[in-house]
Write a protein that binds this ligand. Sequence first.
Ligand code: 6PG
Length: 250
Amino acid sequence: MTTRAIVSVWNGVEELAQAAADKMSRLMRQAIEERGMCSLVLAGGETPRRVYQKLAGAAHSGLVDWGRVQVFFGDERMVPAGHADSNFGMAERELLSRVPVPVEHIHRMQGERSAVDAATLYEQELADVFGEPVPRFDLITLGVGEDGHTASLFPHTPSVLEVKQRVLGYFVPQLNSSRVTLTLPVLLNARSILFFAAGRRKAEIIRRVLSAVTPTADLPASMVLPHNGALEWMLDAEAAALAPGVRTDA
Ligand code: 6PG
């Protein structure tokens, strides 16, 4: 993988989550200082969940002017907002209901619709907010699956080849269900991308992604190399245990 990626390693998931929340709030403050607003994309998944808990916690209260943050989602499962599998539902429980973000600044993917309809509506929502062909998000957060997927870009699906649509709703054969996801042109246009991963189960995929010489559709996470933005992988020591050139005690 590109030497442009920063890899940072923390002792355990608790430390990782704290450092990731600190980093998020720094980047959000910076965007607000420089441009008056911050556009933030949230990920689903267990590690991001731990990060959002920290970001919502006392240590961060008052650090971010949430009235100036616009919140978006990287992907969504086709379930209603109140469902346990909803990425929006998780973010709402852990973060959005605990910080003073205006409700009209929360842009969720409509998982209760068909994937194609949800994608069309989200494309429209992005166009309404950004008014430019490909939005340039200030900060995109992402997780990574053990198969190398990120957001809902799954290996060898049409999602990794999509260049026209900014949002794609499609059937994921590996899951036998549909997902809606931001596409690579949007991810690659971000100002800053933070990947979060923790735990021994992630060690092998992290090794593969961080040693990939060129981006490959086998590993969609390896394709996330922003054109003109910063990229950081924030890992706990277990997830980083097999990563090339990273020393950990795990
Ligand atoms: C989702 C995601 C997905 C997730 C990774 C990592 O909705 O599934 O957005 O890309 O971030 O699968 O999730 P874990 O941290 O739970 O392994």
